[in-house]
Design a protein around this ligand. Sequence first.
Ligand code: NAD
Length: 377
Amino acid sequence: MHIAVLKDAAGAEARVAATPDTVKAYVADGHVVNVVKGAGKASDFADALYKEAGASLSASNTAAVKSADLVMSVTGGTVKLLAAMKKGAAITGLLSPTDHPNYVQAAAKAGVTAIALEWIPRISRAQSMDVLSSQSNLAGYRSVVEGAGIYGRALPMMMTAAGTIAPAKIFIMGVGVAGLQAIATARRLGAVTTATDVRPATKEQVASLGAKFIAVENDEFKAAETAGGYAKQMSAEYQALQAELTASHIAKQDIVITTALIPGRDAPVLVTKAMLDTMKPGSVLVDLAVERGGNVEGSKPGEIVTTKNGVQIVGHLNWPSRMASDASNMFARNLKAFLPLVTAEDGSFVPDWDDEIVQGSALTRDGAVVNERLKVK
Ligand code: NAD
């Protein structure tokens, strides 16, 4: 098949969907690969490396997609680009289908199969394709490292001739993939680490990383995990108890990382203005949920907000793009693991429409929106 690798939106997205390594493997499998000039630059992959790997270079996204059967992107490119693609071709990326209904409609209209990689079902067989996990893992790591960089003090305990520095206290709220990596990173840096979540399964995971688990462990907590492994929306009563517990704990923390999300809803507010007021000047909050409304009251997308009492709230967007080289490597490997599901034995592009991974992630087919999650109920 013909594969095109896009240059994603300049500035906003530093990642690339294929690396020289994955391109080399595609070429070895007999595919023809076209990479847009500069596609890998922000991830430190020069055009020359793609050429060495066997790709040819295209001057623009539009030129690259014209003959492509499969277009690989991180964010899906523009609606206009869909119209430049061949009918029956496909485009993969993080497409945010529910946030971008126009894009989905445009893909259907263009006869293009749009494949949302973030909707790949999180079943064991798809673990190697799980872009949400590979990218969240890096985001969790980076949140602690950047939080530590902004925090004006040391993290580990230091006993020196000039006196002792007490270890910093880091609190992780939300222990999914990002939260677990944040805990591991905070521990490696020597901080006294605590964590909370509403899913009981996380208690053991937190303990296994050497951190202390803190949560309201009532009957509602015991039933807070959905069959899919995600958190349920908690009741107002539970949230009040959780807020009480958080309020007393948070006042003693130096760095707080929040990662709490509930599928299909706004992020729950876990840190209120009143709680922020009790925190020490110089303490730092990193709100990884800021794109979904935020876990911290007053956090702003893309900004670092300083409160009246000198607490900094970090609202950076697109954390994986801040470590684009590693993030691209992981993303590209996830995509490479997905490729066999849309490849026939002769190497041509043929999605296996009976496969639940294809069904879960493909949004459109032959001019229609086909994904169950997008069908009006
Ligand atoms: P996520 O990004 O949806 O949410 C992050 C965390 O926030 C979750 O742990 C959630 O329980 C927590 N949270 C929600 N509301 C909260 C609240 N009010 N207070 C505190 N915490 C709250 O989660 P994720 O990283 O996508 O992981 C979700 C689940 O999927 C986990 O069980 C994870 O182990 C599982 N998973 C499975 C696979 C697989 O089997 N292939 C792969 C990756 C993740």
